[in-house]
Design a binder for this molecule. Structure first.
Ligand SMILES: [Fe+2]
Length: 342
């Protein structure tokens, strides 16, 4: 009894001592749609170097956007961290993000990788492309996303469901490039090929590996992760829509914007600036920060991880990132009309 009273008294003194220090600890509150383990190491490094503590609240792009809308000026979020350009674009258009004047950001991040009004900034690039089983598919048989509508792929495709933002943005890019009618015919062709709908890019790759399907569409970093664990992982990457076959591979980004209601605006800007540096976060592999995500940096000075550099050169679909949000609703409606899996 007595002993515990002493312990409580000691704890009380300890807490009294810590409380004022906690109150002064600089923080940045992040609504993060990105929840890969690698982020913790990156944020820990940021805190170590700046003293600013990162508080994360996680969810899907869509659910975080809903929270930002519902909370409005009351939101505790300083930063919206999205894994999709459409989500950032919608947040910006709806007045949920504020423009940021920062020479660091405009220097480190190329113009086509940030909002024209500087309300959001890309921090890494990811490319959604065709993956195949080299034991059953010759690369010469592959060309474009559109060509996967050919009946030759019947019963051979693995695709991500319509509910996932990756599918929605890919279909938005088809609408932008091909027009709505042709995009709809393409998606209807995919559906007619009776794909397996699998809500995990990792599991799509594993299903191809296991012979469950021959061709899939995934983000390129999922194959990077697999190859980092097993350099002989038996799935190959095909860059879609290259050369004479068109506009280039579909690009998306991870990126951040400062909320219009941010209480810790300076800390929010500090986080985005820090991540934009070539030798710091860049959400990629950085010396001393383990577990990079095998994405391509936005900062031209930043190194590209060797595993993904081995995927070779490719052309990127020039569709401006700021148009992804505008096409989102149309893409969702098109997916519903074609009976694409949920
Ligand atoms: Fe992902």
């Amino acid at each position: 009894m007595r002993k515990s009273a002493i312990v409580f008294a000691f704890l009380g003194v300890l807490l009294l001592g810590i409380a004022p220090a906690l109150a002064q600890t600089p923080v940045v509150n992040v609504y993060s749609a990105r929840h890969y383990g690698a982020m913790e190491a990156v944020f820990a490094r940021f805190t170590e170097e700046t003293g600013i503590v990162v508080r994360l609240s996680q969810g899907s792009v869509q659910s975080l956007l809903e929270r930002l809308r519902a909370e409005g000026a009351q939101t505790p979020a300083d930063v919206f961290f999205s894994i999709d350009a459409g989500g950032l674009d919608l947040a910006a258009e709806e007045g949920l993000l504020q423009p940021i004047e920062s020479e660091v950001l405009t220097t480190n991040i190329p113009e086509d990788l940030r909002d024209p009004e500087n309300r959001w900034f890309a921090l890494s690039q990811r490319f959604r492309t065709i993956m195949y089983n080299p034991a059953t598919v010759q690369p010469e048989e592959l060309s474009t996303y559109e060509q996967l509508a050919d009946p030759m792929w019947k019963g051979r495709l693995c695709l991500r469901p319509a509910t996932h933002i990756y599918t929605i943005s890919l279909v938005a890019s088809l609408i932008a490039a091909d027009g709505e009618a042709k995009a709809e015919a393409v998606v209807a062709g995919w559906v007619a090929n009776e794909p397996q709908f699998i809500d995990s890019d990792t599991r799509i790759l594993e299903t191809i590996q296991a012979g469950g399907c021959d061709v899939g569409i995934t983000n390129q970093y999922y194959l990077g992760r697999k190859l980092s664990e097993d350099p002989a992982f038996p799935v190959s990457l095909f860059w879609a829509n290259q050369g004479e076959d068109g506009r280039g591979v579909h690009r998306n980004i991870s990126g951040m914007g400062v909320t219009a209601a941010a209480l810790n605006k300076d800390n929010a800007i500090a986080l985005i600036e820090w991540l934009s540096q070539a030798d710091k976060g860049q959400l990629a592999d950085v010396d001393g920060i383990p577990g990079g995500n095998f994405e391509y940096p936005v900062n031209a000075e930043a190194p590209v991880n060797e595993i993904i550099a081995a995927f070779g050169e490719f052309t990127i679909d020039p569709l401006p990132l700021s148009e992804y949000g505008d096409l989102q609703e149309q893409a969702i409606a098109l997916l519903e009309r074609t009976g694409y899996g949920f």
